[in-house]
Design a protein around this ligand. Structure first.
Ligand SMILES: *Cc1c(COP(=O)(O)O)cnc(C)c1O
Length: 355
């Protein structure tokens, strides 16, 4: 009866734009949002008419399931504007697939591809002026879904809201990062929700990360929950280690998120002739490599920072620091990937999609 007419997204335009109040040179990551958002509700077993409307707070029933049982998932992706003012997405199909994998794991409905992709494209077109060119500028895109159904019965909601927000971003420099290797806390466990971009995974990370901050470490390197002997992720990023001239990273699993930056860097490094070994990486071999000097680099990989260099780590109260190196794999790969994303270099992998 009610077919979803996604090609007919209703658009309600903001009467004025906030863009003139934005200092694009001094953006703080994730604080500023564009004039509009995309919204589509799920009710009576179907997706309703999608809408693009002015960015604004909205009302929810206090018993909405998201507040009580945490049914909430999200994605993080970016759009870039090239010198011809064309806007490009980076591997959006991967975000779309992962979003629906997360939805399935959290007993939420899948979002149809037309709603996700058309919503994204039309929102970017409408707020096109907010997508800045050059110098590490991008548009951070936050699709998310929450359980809006009312009632505190502990079962999956029958109503959901899917939204897309846009937040302009500058190149993100995380500074000199020192990390603590987790010996007790875990980010994820076998059979759990670590492979989903579920909001609760982040909530669970805040407390151990705060403890690490108090000890002078910016992030935690998560180890496997059962033995704490395998290196799995760095904060909210996947993690790479360079021992001699080999780049190591753990295989994805139920505990490790299938990062798009991670898989892109693996492919890119291989095409550059770098030896990449995807296998479990042990804490013991990292400590050994740090002691004998064969550990050259550690870096995190994720959409927001792309590549984030880690200068040292602490394990069992001993701090190990690497000697900074020229022309690191981290800097080479970051430059190659960001040039491809920004359409400065040719996209030999076919990863960029025009809006
Ligand atoms: C999102 C995320 C990543 C990085 O994924 P990208 O697709 O590269 O942005 C890594 N680890 C966790 C836990 C994440 O939530």
């Amino acid at each position: 009866m009610s077919t979803t007419q996604t090609n007919k997204i209703e658009i309600i335009k903001a009467s004025t734009s906030k863009i003139k109040d934005v200092d694009f040179d001094n953006l703080h990551f994730g604080d500023v949002f564009t004039d509009h958002l995309f919204e589509c509700d799920f009710k009576n077993g179907e997706w309703q008419k999608p809408i693009i409307k002015p960015y604004a707070p909205f009302l929810m029933d206090p018993s909405s399931k998201v507040f009580h049982y945490g049914q909430a998932i999200f994605e993080g992706m970016k759009a870039y504007k090239d010198d011809n003012n064309d806007i490009w997405l980076f591997r959006p199909d991967e975000n779309f697939k992962r979003f629906n994998n997360s939805a399935t794991r959290m007993a939420m409905p899948e979002v149809p591809e037309e709603i996700f992709m058309e919503g994204l494209k039309q929102l970017l077109q409408l707020d096109e002026a907010w997508v800045q060119k050059g110098n590490g500028s991008s548009m951070y895109i936050r699709p998310f879904m929450i359980a809006t159904g009312a009632g505190v019965m502990a079962n999956p909601s029958d109503e959901y809201k899917f939204m897309i927000l846009l937040s302009p971003a500058k190149a993100y420099y995380s500074g000199e990062v020192k990390v603590l290797i987790a010996e007790h806390f875990s980010r994820a466990a076998n059979g759990g929700i670590g492979a989903a971009k579920a909001a609760g995974n982040y909530a669970a990370q805040f407390y151990p990360t705060n403890l690490a901050n108090k000890e002078g470490f910016q992030q935690v390197i998560w180890t496997d929950d059962a033995t704490h002997t395998k290196l799995e992720e760095a904060g909210t990023m996947n993690v790479f280690f360079r021992i001699n001239n080999t780049l190591l990273t753990a295989p994805t699993s139920e505990r490790i998120l299938d990062g798009i930056t991670r898989k892109s860097l693996i492919e890119m490094a291989k095409s550059e002739g770098i030896n990449v070994d995807v296998r479990p990486v042990l804490v013991s071999e990292l400590v050994e490599a740090a002691k004998n000097g064969s550990l050259k680099e550690i870096f995190g990989a994720g959409t927001a920072a792309v590549v984030s260099v880690i200068k040292g780590f602490s394990y069992q109260d001993v701090y190990y620091e690497m000697t900074p190196i020229e022309n690191s794999y981290a800097s080479q790969l970051k430059e190659k990937l960001t040039n491809l994303q920004n359409k400065i270099s040719e996209d030999a992998f076919g990863w960029t999609v025009k809006v």
